[in-house]
Structure formats: C-alpha cells, structure tokens
Ligand binder design. Structure first.
Ligand SMILES: [Zn+2]
Length: 263
C-alpha cells in the first residue's frame, strides 16, 4: 500500500511538531485524519492527490488536532465521505455528515483495505487502522514516540481502557506503527511494552503515596513529580486521577469527597 505522509503544519504545545496525516492513493484515495485545516495542509493534500478525487477521510478520534480540518477539507472536496467512530457530543461540533465506523470493520482504502481497531482510553472514540496485508498500523494517539499519552480522566479518558487497547495492539503484532505525532515506529512491541511498564510503575508509586497518607490528587502530584512546571500540573493531576479511577474500578482504592485512600 502506498502511503504519503502529509504534515498538518500545526506545530504547538499539544501537537509537538504538528500532526501527521496519511494519504493512501490508489483505487480508493483515502486521507487518515483531517488535522486542523491549515492552508499548507490542504495544498499538500491537493498535491498528493494529483488528478485523483478524494473518496474519504477516516478520522481517528474527535480531538481538535485530528478533526478540526474536516470542514475546510469538505469545502474543497465536497464529494469526500467523512467517517469515524461516533462520539456524538464531540462530533456535533463539526458540520460534516459523519458516517459511523464500527469496531473491526474492513474499509476499502488506497489499493487495499484497513481494519478499524477500536482502541479507547485516550479518547472514547479512538480508532487505529490496520493494513493487515502490509503489517502497518496507523496508531493515531495510542503512542507518541518520546513521551507518554495524556489520559484525560475528566474528558472521556480511561486508563483501564487504555491499557486494554495497548494489549489489543500488542496481540495484533504490527510490523510498524505510523503515529499521528512523531516519527514512524519500527519496533512496536518494544514501545508498547515500555508504555505498559511505565503505567505499572506509576501505579505502584501512587499506591505507595496513598499508603503514606497522601489523600488528594494534588498531594500525590507533589510526591510524584519533582520540580513540575506549574503549567503542567493540570495534566499531571488528570493522569493521577486516571490512575485513582482505575484503582477504584479494581476495588483497590476508594474516595470520600476529594480524599482518596487504599480500599
Ligand atoms: Zn488526541
């Protein structure tokens, strides 16, 4: 399957060097992710398509840096279909006629087909797309090389689901992963294992902090993150809360108002 990486031209604090979108030319010209609608993205997409029409845009999840380009792309390529796994509260923000994608659906794309792999955790609607013939997994925000992935506990994120998603992709054994941020990943098993181990170590630290009497998420943040920049405290707190909710789901921690303790 031919793959053309088309940068989103949207670098920033939340997107790193900017988003990667991927154009699959061929029988079914397909764009994976809409990025944010920068003029340079639309020009690069037009150039990648050449004389071909754009048949469809498959959006990996509703976060702004993946979905906000939908309207500008729809305005320029009005025949293109826009498809994603539904997340109705968020999808409504876009004036495109979303067509739903189901987990495990096989979608014609490029010169082959992509398997939709529902991988919630970072977002409830998160999809990876797997080119089973070529072994390439378009991994969206499941992993971001060089850093960890935000699990926004108060905005649809779930750490238990995220860990299950990492394991689901481990079992698919992709030969390489193409993420929505950062460079291609040539050893997916190593990074997936690293990610799972990182969360396990974090969980052990959080359990230890609870045992030592840290009760509020803010107290746990203070114990875990040394010299954290104030701007990052909100994200660190979300991550701690995601762990606490997972522990509560497993009956290992409980909360009374804002205070948490070992169950
Ligand atoms: Zn995201």
């Amino acid at each position: 399957m031919q793959i053309i990486r088309i940068p989103g031209f949207n670098p920033g604090p939340m997107t790193g060097a900017g988003n990667n979108t991927y154009l699959l030319p061929g029988r079914t010209p397909t764009l994976l992710d809409a990025a944010t609608g920068e003029a340079a993205h639309l020009s690069a997409l037009a150039e990648g398509l050449g004389p071909d029409r754009l048949v469809q845009v498959l959006v990996t999840h509703a976060h702004q840096d993946h979905a906000d380009g939908s309207e500008p792309i729809a305005a320029r390529w009005p025949d293109a279909a826009f498809r994603k796994m539904p997340w109705p509260e968020r999808d409504r923000a876009h004036e495109v006629a979303w067509q739903p994608i189901a987990d495990d659906e096989l979608i014609p794309a490029g010169d082959g087909a992509l398997r939709a792999v529902h991988t919630p955790g970072h977002a409830p609607d998160h999809l990876c797309f797997f080119d089973e013939a070529g072994g390439t997994l378009f991994s969206a925000d499941l992993v971001v090389p060089g850093t960890t992935v935000v699990i926004p506990a108060s905005h649809g994120g779930s750490l238990s689901q995220y860990l299950a998603s990492l394991r689901r992709v481990q079992a698919l054994a992709p030969a390489r992963m193409l993420p929505a941020h950062g460079e291609p990943i040539d050893d997916p098993q190593a990074i997936l294992r690293e990610y799972i181990e990182h969360r396990q170590r974090r969980e052990e630290q959080i359990v230890a902090a609870l045992r030592a009497g840290a009760g509020r998420p803010e107290d746990i943040v203070d114990r875990l993150y040394d010299g954290l920049a104030p701007a990052l405290r909100g994200m660190a707190r979300e991550s701690v809360v995601a762990h606490l909710i997972k522990l509560a789901e497993e009956g290992r921690a409980r909360s009374e108002g804002p205070e948490w303790e070992i169950a």
